[in-house]
Design a protein around this ligand. Structure first.
Ligand SMILES: Nc1ncnc2c1ncn2[C@@H]1O[C@H](COP(=O)(O)OP(=O)(O)OP(=O)(O)O)[C@@H](O)[C@H]1O
Ligand SMILES: Cc1cn([C@H]2C[C@H](O)[C@@H](COP(=O)(O)O)O2)c(=O)[nH]c1=O
Length: 214
């Protein structure tokens, strides 16, 4: 495919949405808004957004972890087919707020379902479509959760509310994935001020794709 696929990952409150906003703006100014697709998981298209509503419904506290893993993977499949692949075929830059590594970290690590089993489940969903670059924003779990509690307490979802131990397992799984895929996943220290993180991420994207953010 002709386009460029970049995913952004991190524990809750790492700053993905804030960094993506800045990167999307800079890329849209350079390439034109129609050449950049900013999207998110779970979600993107109508069907995946409907699955997102089921996943984050506060009444669904009894959702089985495997059901949860299957729903995230199902939403991802729809997102790949309806949004990501068409945009890449059209030569666009795709920026995705979370992708397959989130399932491996949250369901594999956080929910104890196992990194390898969740990876295998998601291989069926993504059918070899991996990002060329995954920007992993790393923060201690306490820092991310504190940011959300301080600034975004009105938008807390079912997973944000999990205990600290869950979020620590999520971070450890992300770090394990970064070790397993050192070329694709680049760890960025996000426990510094936002302007510094944005600057570092822009430099990283430019160094990997010299025509971008030149
Ligand atoms: N480097 C930073 N330093 C201080 N505050 C930050 C930093 N990055 C983001 N924030 C703040 O932390 C809060 C969460 O940031 P943001 O929504 O970008 O994180 P996120 O990774 O997208 O979270 P989630 O995965 O839960 O959606 C926001 O209020 C944001 O302004
Ligand atoms: C894709 C994906 C996401 N999650 C979790 C991670 C977060 O807690 C929420 C998404 O919230 P955001 O504010 O939109 O980042 O869902 C997950 O557990 N598994 C996944 O595959």
């Amino acid at each position: 495919m002709k386009g460029i696929f970049i995913s952004f990952e991190g524990p809750d409150g790492a700053g993905k949405t804030s960094v993506l906003k800045a990167v999307n703006q800079a890329l849209s100014e350079q390439l034109g808004e129609d050449q950049v697709l900013l999207t998110r998981e779970p979600g993107g298209d109508r069907i995946a957004e409907q699955i997102r509503d089921v996943l984050f419904d506060d009444q669904n506290t009894n959702m089985d972890p495997r059901t949860e893993a299957l729903l995230f993977a199902a939403a991802r499949r729809q997102h790949v087919v309806e949004d990501i692949e068409p945009a890449l075929r059209a030569g666009k830059v795709v920026l995705s707020d979370r992708y397959v590594d989130s399932s491996v970290a949250y369901q594999g690590g956080g929910r104890h379902l196992g990194i390898d089993d969740i990876w295998e489940l998601n291989e069926f969903a993504i059918h070899d479509l991996l990002p060329e670059l995954t920007v992993y924003l790393d923060v201690p779990s306490e820092v991310g959760l504190k940011r959300i509690a301080q600034h975004r307490s009105d938008q807390v979802n079912r997973l944000d509310r999990e205990k600290l131990a869950f979020h620590r397992r999520v971070r450890q799984a992300f770090l394990t994935l970064a070790k397993r895929h050192p070329h694709r996943i680049v760890v960025v220290d996000a426990d510094v001020d936002l302007a510094t993180v944005i600057q570092e991420v822009k430099q990283l994207i430019h160094s990997r794709f010299p025509s971008l953010l030149a």
